[in-house]
Design a protein around this ligand. Structure first.
Ligand code: ZN
Length: 226
């Protein structure tokens, strides 16, 4: 049985559990996806992975998501609400130190590429302090970059009522390594006026369900191995 940390009682927690902490963002996702797309995906992947791990007999607790992330590259678009690298780093470090007083292990399940450098550094610091901690990606950004077919399919599966499919349109479909230099200096808007990196055409709830299942399998494997 999986346990939601927020709904648990202190004495009701299993001893020395693994805590999965979803990490997302509140940032523009083009004209058709909600601002909390990354947070919704991270929470769904963490919940799915916790269920599989619990079925295998592991003691797993799912924490409420860190819903804000480091999203400076999207700041030219209204709605983007970023806490920046320094604050996100502190949140990850302090949460881990606190949770580790009762948890065996803390694993951050991240769905926003912009959070990766912070998570990498924070986890490196925490491991140096002796903590059992890791981060795993939901890997959407590998499938396509931002608000394209992958994220649109996932949200059609998870929250279809919040997807404005009639407003979906292609953005810049270039590869990350060719877009990155311009993005680093001018942000996402410099390469994509509508904020989309990729093309949502062809997205479907069925594809989203399959992608979610693949992400859950991937996280289960990584949590099991890490
Ligand atoms: Zn996203």
């Amino acid at each position: 049985m999986t346990l939601a940390l927020a709904a648990a009682t202190s004495p009701g927690l299993p001893p020395a559990p693994t805590v999965l902490v979803p990490v997302g963002s509140i940032e523009q996702h083009g004209p058709h996806l909600p601002l909390d797309t990354d947070t919704a995906i991270a929470a769904a992947v963490a919940a799915g992975a916790a269920q599989v791990l619990a079925e295998r007999g592991q003691r797993v607790v799912v924490a409420p998501a860190i819903c804000y992330g480091s999203s400076g590259e999207h700041q030219d678009f209204a709605g983007t609400s970023s806490i920046g690298n320094t604050v996100l780093h502190s949140v990850v470090v302090e949460l881990t130190r606190s949770m580790r007083t009762w948890a065996q292990r803390v694993v951050f399940v991240n769905a926003h590429g912009g959070n990766v450098p912070v998570l990498w550094h924070a986890v490196e610091q925490l491991v140096g302090e002796g903590h059992d901690v890791a981060y795993v990606p939901c890997a959407t950004e590998d499938v396509d970059l931002h608000a394209g077919r992958t994220e649109t399919s996932l949200m059609l599966h998870l929250r279809p009522g919040d997807v404005r499919l009639d407003l979906a349109e292609a953005g810049n479909t270039g590869a990350l390594d060719e877009l990155l230099p311009q993005m680093l200096s001018g942000g996402v808007k410099a390469v994509s006026p509508n904020g989309v990196l990729g093309d949502p055409a062809g997205a479907s709830a069925e594809e989203g369900a399959a992608t979610l299942a693949a992400m859950v399998r991937d996280v289960v494997t990584q949590v099991g191995a890490a």
